[in-house]
Each structure stands twice: as structure tokens, then as C-alpha cells.
Design a protein around this ligand. Structure first.
Ligand code: CNA
Length: 334
């Protein structure tokens, strides 16, 4: 009996789609599930997700940590965990390397990423092929006066977990990285790319996302009828699987992607791209020593700030916000 069991038939189906002639234009939508193997917890996984881990902070709602209306007056929890989520400390996964391989083979038309970790670009996907729909950590500014804040001071704030404030003495607003928080608008380019790139897709590849966050969640629904939609995720997501031609491969992204690349005969090339990307990220040394785990950072923060009293008004505001969010009526990242 072979020690390499044959991959599930849906992996073979995906391989057949990728081998098509003429070569297909792939539009990908990716989410937190492609980075969990890089030690970045996703939001919603029941035990391992960030929302579950935040319990010691006794936030009014787990989402509050990324809610602009909460952050404005209570930025400490966000900065307490920032060090564990800072892209510089992270290495791309095999799935990120696969996206770079697709780009190298001229199959990757465009990626919409909901992730803010920048690992697609670190893995070698050209920046021109990526829209970071929820922004990233490359820049930061005062939330109040919008003045840009220096990179080196921000790096220090992230490494120490201290909240950075505007350098303008007359302002002293809290500084926020240019990631899109709940309640904020997405970059203007989102709609432009949705209108131009999505209609050109021959395959829609959806990797590691629960498809619960609007408006990215609408992208797979908006793709032309007849375009195969491929989902690789631990669980089913959105309506993928309901249309003819949909392919669903449930499992760990990296495992499914490895099986797929073996089927395609690309495994060696993929591994060498991955190793190169890891080596490039491996050079960074944290000048504040060994990075504490996320659980440790959360415990330290809980001790430092204690549970924050929540006013009735604030609770009501958040409840209304979450109701709107789940009704999908808010603009921007909700
Ligand atoms: P989510 O709602 O937490 O869903 C993640 C999905 O991935 C879930 O369906 C999981 O079952 C699945 N999943 C987790 N691990 C794996 C794995 N190894 N293989 C396959 N599937 C897996 O996150 P979404 O991305 O759907 O939601 C969008 C949010 C999450 C955006 O606002 C992001 O900014 C935010 N986020 C980003 C990061 C990051 O930048 N790495 C991390 C956590 C959350």
C-alpha cells in the first residue's frame, strides 16, 4: 500500500481548474485562516480565536478591541496585543507562498485580503496584485488630528505595549495604525477593484475566511455565474457550495494547499519559494528580547488596566453597532 494516500477528489478538481488552457485568471479572497499557521489567531475560532482569548480583559464585547468607538477612549487592550500581531514578527505560511507561486506563474490576477499582516507581500506576491481591504500596519496617524506619526516611535510603542499619543501638545490624540477598525470605511480602492478585477475572474479562490465580515463577504456572491468558486477552509463559509461548479475542500489551508501542489507537480517549487520568504523574514531581531505569547500579553494587560467599567450609554452604543453589523447595513469594515 502507498504511504502517500491519494488526495481527496476535490483537490484533483481544483488542480484540473488550475491546469486549464488558456491559463485561468484567479481572483483570490483570503482571510485570517491563512495566517493561523503563522501563529496569528483568527477572530472567531471557538477556542483558539482571538475573541476567545480576550476573556481576561473583560471587554464589553470582544469586537470592542477593534471598534473605533471603543479604541478612541480605551486603546490599551489594542496596544497590549499589538506586539503579537505586528507583521515584522511573523513569517509567511505555505499558503502565502502558494499565492506567490500563482503570481509567478501568471495565474494570479488579484488578491483581496482581509488580513492586516502583510504576509502576502512578504511571501513575494507583487504589491500591485493585492488590495489590503482592511488596511495594514505600514503607516499610522493621530486619530484626532490625522497627523502622521513617526515609524520608529510607533515601533517602540508596539514593542513596549505603551499607547502612543500625538506629538502635538495641543492635540495629544491617540495614534492608530492605518488598519480599518469596525465602524471605519474601507479604502476607496476596494470598490474600484471590486468593479474592475472581479468581473475578470475565471476562478474565485476563497481561502481561510468565515465570510462573516462585510463587505468582503459579498465578493464570492458577486462573481459571474459559471465562474468556479473554490473554498479552502476549516468549515463551510457563505454560500460557496450552492452553485454549480463550486468546489469546497474542508481542512487546514496548508495541508490542502500542499496536497494540491503535489497533485500539480509544483511542490518543490512551492517549498523553495516558501523557504526563501521565511529566510527573508527570519533576520529581524526584537530588541526587547524574546516575544511573549499572546496569552501572556493579555494577562499583563488585564493586570495593568483591570476591567474597564462600561457605562450604560457605551453598552447601548456597542449593541446598536453590533446589531447594524450583523444586519450588514454599515459601510466599511463591520
Ligand atoms: P474569521 O472570521 O476569524 O474566520 C477565519 C476562518 O478561517 C474561520 O472560518 C476558520 O474556521 C478558518 N480557519 C482558521 N484557521 C484555519 C486554517 N489553518 N486552515 C483553514 N481554515 C482556517 O476571520 P476572517 O478573515 O473571515 O474575518 C475577517 C477579519 C479578520 C478581518 O477584519 C481581519 O482583519 C481579521 N483578522 C486578521 C488577521 C490577520 O491579519 N492575520 C488575524 C485575525 C483576524
Amino acid at each position: 500500500m502507498s504511504s502517500n494516500p491519494s488526495p481527496p477528489s476535490n483537490v484533483s478538481t481544483i488542480a484540473t481548474l488550475l491546469r486549464a488552457t488558456p491559463p485561468p485568471k484567479i481572483v483570490a479572497l483570503v482571510g485570517a485562516g491563512i495566517s493561523t499557521a503563522a501563529n496569528v489567531p483568527d477572530f472567531r475560532s471557538v477556542q483558539t480565536g482571538l475573541y476567545a482569548k480576550l476573556a481576561p480583559l473583560k471587554l464589553p464585547y470582544p469586537e470592542a478591541i477593534f471598534d473605533i468607538n471603543f479604541f478612541k477612549h480605551t486603546p490599551e487592550p489594542f496596544y497590549a496585543i499589538a506586539r503579537a500581531r505586528k507583521p515584522r514578527n511573523l513569517r509567511p505560511t505555505l499558503t502565502h507562498a502558494f499565492l506567490a507561486l500563482l503570481a509567478k506563474k501568471n495565474l494570479l490576477h488579484f488578491i483581496f485580503t482581509q488580513n492586516i499582516d502583510g504576509l502576502e507581500e512578504d511571501a513575494g506576491v507583487p504589491a500591485s496584485h493585492i488590495l489590503a481591504a482592511h488596511g495594514n500596519w505600514k503607516s499610522q496617524r493621530c486619530y484626532r488630528c490625522k497627523k502622521v506619526y513617526p515609524d520608529e516611535l510607533m515601533e517602540n510603542a508596539i514593542e513596549t505595549g505603551e499607547v502612543p499619543y500625538c506629538l502635538d501638545e495641543g492635540c495629544r490624540g491617540v495614534v492608530k495604525p492605518d488598519v480599518v477598525f469596525f465602524g471605519q470605511d474601507l479604502p476607496k480602492k476596494f470598490e474600484e477593484k471590486e468593479k474592475t478585477k472581479l468581473p475578470e475572474a475565471d476562478i474565485m479562490l476563497v481561502l481561510g475566511t468565515s465570510l462573516k465580515v462585510a463587505p468582503c463577504s459579498r465578493l464570492p456572491r458577486s462573481v459571474r455565474e459559471g465562474v468556479p468558486r473554490v473554498l479552502v477552509n476549516l468549515e463551510s463559509a457563505g454560500d460557496i457550495g450552492n452553485r454549480d461548479g463550486d468546489v469546497v475542500a474542508l481542512g487546514q489551508c496548508d495541508e490542502v494547499i500542499r496536497a494540491l501542489n503535489e497533485e500539480l507537480g509544483w511542490a518543490e517549487e512551492l517549498d523553495s519559494l516558501w523557504q526563501e520568504a521565511i529566510a527573508a523574514k527570519g533576520r529581524y531581531k526584537d530588541k526587547h528580547g524574546e516575544q511573549p505569547s499572546l496569552d501572556e500579553l493579555i494577562a499583563r494587560c488585564a493586570e495593568k488596566i483591570g476591567p474597564k467599567p462600561v457605562t450604560d450609554g457605551h453598552r447601548r452604543m456597542l449593541e446598536e453597532h453590533l446589531d447594524a453589523k450583523y444586519a450588514g447595513i454599515l459601510p466599511g469594515k463591520v
